[in-house]
Ligand binder design. Sequence first.
Ligand code: NAP
Length: 223
Amino acid sequence: MRLAINGISGKMGAYLYNYLKERSDWTVVCGLSRQNLSLPIPIYKDIKSCLEREQFDTLIDFSQYPACVEVVKQAIINNINVVSGTTGYKKYDEKLIKYLAMKHNVGVVISPNFSLLSQELADLIYQMKKHFPYCEIIETHGIHKKDKPSGTAKYFANLMNLDYAFIHSVRLPGYIADHELIFADEYQSLIITHRINNRQAFISGIEKAIIDVTNLKKVEILI
Ligand SMILES: NC(=O)c1ccc[n+]([C@@H]2O[C@H](COP(=O)([O-])OP(=O)(O)OC[C@H]3O[C@@H](n4cnc5c(N)ncnc54)[C@H](OP(=O)(O)O)[C@@H]3O)[C@@H](O)[C@H]2O)c1
């Protein structure tokens, strides 16, 4: 499998690159960054020159919205599968990306949180909302996170038709991604906390998405 990473200079992109370069069966052939990085693979400043010069099966994107949208679109129309974890996609992006993925027969998985436990939590939230009329979400991330509220918190809120006003954002040093959901009725409450202690938590979900876009041409956009 030949891969490219958009956002390779970032916290998540760099973690993923260092992890994937140890896998003998997959190769990261190049990366994208606006910076002059010294890495042993070619780094491109824009997706068009990257696509002109390199051959790869799947683009992995952990960058910044809305810059990611053009990169993802260019990959799809050049028949490259996409796995994107960047947060902030809007409903209209979902519509266009799904249309392009179908048209070009490529797999696209976009998810605000690739940790397997957060995916389990999404199923649980759906059940909990049936029993508890009230829910508020507290999301805590590192101080450099640009979007607020987090994509994961918005995704959880969307599952419950919960207004984003019930999401509370905290930015503190030392955090990666915490999501606390407080469910309550008049007589009781239930608090569920999902805490990411290490970016390794995202890896198996990303690997699964890479396999799914390659083998199944899966198209799934969670926002
Ligand atoms: N889905 C998940 O499981 C998951 C997990 C962790 C993070 N995330 C999301 O992944 C994204 C990246 O997170 P991170 O913690 O790695 O962020 P980060 O450390 O700030 O890195 C951002 C990356 O985006 C690139 N970038 C490209 N265009 C950009 C632009 N116009 N403005 C700013 N940066 C731009 C930067 O590259 P250059 O500056 O070198 O060009 C950099 O490599 C965020 O949206 C975050 O919420 C998702």
